[in-house]
Design a protein around this ligand. Sequence first.
Ligand code: NI
Ligand code: MN
Length: 228
Amino acid sequence: MSFSITFLGHATWLCDIDGHSVLIDPFLDDNPLASTDAASLSPDFILVSHGHGDHIADTVPIAQRTGAKVITNFEIGNWLMDKGLENVHQQHIGGGFQHAFGHLKLTIAHHGSGLPDGSYGGNPAGLLITAADGTQAYFLCDTALFTDLALYAQPDVALVPIGDNFTMGPDDALEAVKILQPGVAIPCHYNTWPPIEQDPNAWAKRVTEETSTEGRVLQPGETITLGE
Ligand code: NI
Ligand code: MN
């Protein structure tokens, strides 16, 4: 079993789960912090948490080029099929499905999900992935703090927005870690633009010092391997 997660900048991640390449919320070519570009990636799966441009951005061109299966909510799935994608798997909040890479549940997220052209994108989601050996990664994606995070408690790693303004900020993200009690908490969704400037190292230090979780910052391009 192997499960690694590479931060590609902002809220974009590339997972390798038992040899399956899973790209999450691809925002690369217009992302000032991206560590790579859309043309360099050949994922097997693309997961899209919600319809905002900084999450769905490069989904269509990557999926068209590679044939990757796109997994997202019902409304975004319809929008992508209208754009010509054929390999789409639709789920919705609270629903889980066993994919080749592992089990994926769409979780609650408190945010918006409008698509770039103004189309209705359903409700936003978080992404809870459970690999074959039980290793869990919880991508909170864009959300406010909410106490029902306790439903998804104790994943091995939590990927937590800290940028404030559009999502929870550092203080609420610290509360989220206290509720979730993940093994490791990694910040995201910060410093891409001025309204979400934060100090990720200061946040990770607080996580390590004030909770039972290890706070860890990944630079764009850096990888964490779970179970090591
Ligand atoms: Ni968003
Ligand atoms: Mn966002």
